[in-house]
Design a binder for this molecule. Sequence first.
Ligand SMILES: Cc1ncc(COP(=O)(O)O)c(C=O)c1O
Length: 467
Amino acid sequence: MGNRLEDQDLRAMGHAAVDWAANYCDGLRDRPLVRRMTAAEVRGLLDRELPDEGCEFGELMRTVDDVVREFSRHNGHPRFFGYVASPGIAVATAASVIEAAMNVNVTSWRSGAVAAELEKLTVAWLRQMIGYPDVGMGLLVSGGSMANLCGLAAARSAKGNGAVYASQETHFSVKKAARLLAMGPVRLVPLDAKLRMDVVALERMVREDRAAGLAPAVVVASAGTAGTGAVDRLDEIARVCRSEGLWLHADGAYGALAAMAPSVSQLFAGLGEADSVSLDPHKWLYLPVGIGCVLYRDAGTARAAFGETADYIKVVGMEQDEAFAYWDYGPELSRPFRALPLWMLIRSVGVNALAGAIEENMACARYFADLVACTEDVEMLCPVGLSIFCFRYRPRGFAGDLDALNEKVMLRLQRGGSSYVSNTSVNGRFTLRGCVLNYRTTRRDMEVLLEDVREAGRSVLEDLGAG
Ligand SMILES: Cc1ncc(COP(=O)(O)O)c(C=O)c1O
């Protein structure tokens, strides 16, 4: 009897998997976005017994077809507008096969010489894409939350564990990072009329806090909030940080890569002044989940936060370039070859195509706002921020609770399977929120979304007996 582990036929399985993936992507637009299900239903479809013996690959693919595909939400669908979700992209699917086959563990240069050099190269490219100076160092991490944690850890090593200032719309990962690092308190700065951090309020809070004996340490600016896409006034915040001696961390997990798009690039003018920056290739570079990036202006601050060693891992007999270890700059030791899909994407399509796709995503969001302006039963709740659009259903003459109505509209829409938006709140109001982050999305999709919203609204009203 052969060895089940060694005898696996990669060629046959790989062809089947790649064919499956290509068919999946080809059929995405025509498939319902999500189907209604319960956790118990999904559990019931999976063999639950720990298998003593294996099965044929074909049997696994049948479960992939019947359960994994059928019961998953399809983030690559052109009308999936929920959260900040990238669709994935073909070249990265191909890269994932190579990545898994080689299984490079990019702990350090020693462990993956080419992977480390590709990571340095792609991080330098990311810097150029967002207009960040060629200083310090950066590394690829699992995503924006991890990048925010890294940025704050570096800030803490430079400035101590004092107060962290962020706008009321800051991403929750910032608060989580500050808590994990025992920094604090987190002081939430009010918003201005455009839902950005109110810089005058920031300056006042910093001074008052200092006078009251608190130690201000860090300002986290949002280069695109997850809620509304507002970009904080980075240059103004950088000025405050300079004059008050504070660390500036810019959370550009959602928005920073839009700096490549000419129509909004001026909003990111101050990004280059940040001491640390988070950005996410697994958002607006359309890559699959698991590829974020943190940039540090001064590599020494990151080393002070993360540098650690042990006898069993010490790098010996290497020159400085080759002695380089990623574990000195972030929390992870074992790290996947994240630079491979990133490098393959940028090399294969080029920056112009990526900037163009981002520009088109934002144009789609603005187009939706234009459509809404001509629609009497839907209204925008704030200006379009980058590619995020916030709105609600508001039928004429409706005297009931608009928040409750819109909650129902959202659920109906989500369960309908044609268009998917998520929710947030804007000025205390329940808000339907969409984010265009998919190169497949067209203006026609925005028209379909609006039709779907109005249809969902009408049917909810009918159910309420008010239609
Ligand atoms: C502004 C912002 N910061 C941080 C994050 C967290 O990123 P991740 O989900 O990659 O951890 C997000 C996610 O949407 C975000 O939009």
